[in-house]
Design a protein around this ligand. Structure first.
Ligand code: CMP
Length: 140
């Protein structure tokens, strides 16, 4: 079962652009830390104000991010979310819910910190997007 999950994750990381530039050795380390989770439509995955213990990569489906200012943003296959609470060690900045049946790859905070510390390229890409989102939320 463990092995089957490992192979399943391998198939799904291919759909996440963030992982595309990584070598096989680096990728295999990350794959070992990701878990697949299947959600039906209209399930709240992350709730604003909650403590953040993980981040998520969308391998298929779609989520809606409900921003504090009342706006919303949709994220589809290949995108990630839940990184802001981990980077800033702050509560979740928004609620995030599935809009259709969705497969997510979950990365726990402790694994994220470990990976970020020795794969700077990956950490930086996540930080750049978090910064863009933070600024977008201030502007709206
Ligand atoms: P986090 O704060 O951990 O939980 C809510 C998530 O919503 C947040 O991380 C981001 O991943 C995501 N998010 C917040 N603001 C935006 C935005 N403007 N665009 C896209 N995603 C966002």
């Amino acid at each position: 079962e463990r092995r089957r999950e490992y192979l399943r994750v391998w198939e799904q990381v291919a759909r996440v652009p963030l992982f595309a530039s990584l070598g096989v050795v680096t990728l295999s380390e990350i794959v070992g830390k990701l878990r697949t989770r299947y959600y039906p439509a209209r399930i709240t995955v992350v709730r604003r104000g909650d403590a953040g213990d993980s981040m998520f990569f969308i391998s298929s489906g779609e989520v809606e991010v409900r921003l504090p200012n009342g706006g919303s943003v949709r994220l589809g296959e290949g995108a990630f979310f839940g990184e802001m609470a981990l980077l800033e060690r702050q509560p979740r900045t928004a609620s995030v819910a599935t809009t259709k049946p969705t497969t997510l790859l979950v990365l726990y905070a402790s694994d994220f910190y470990e990976i970020a510390s020795h794969i700077p390229k990956l950490a930086e890409a996540v930080e750049v997007e978090a910064k863009r989102r933070r600024e977008e939320n201030l502007e709206r």
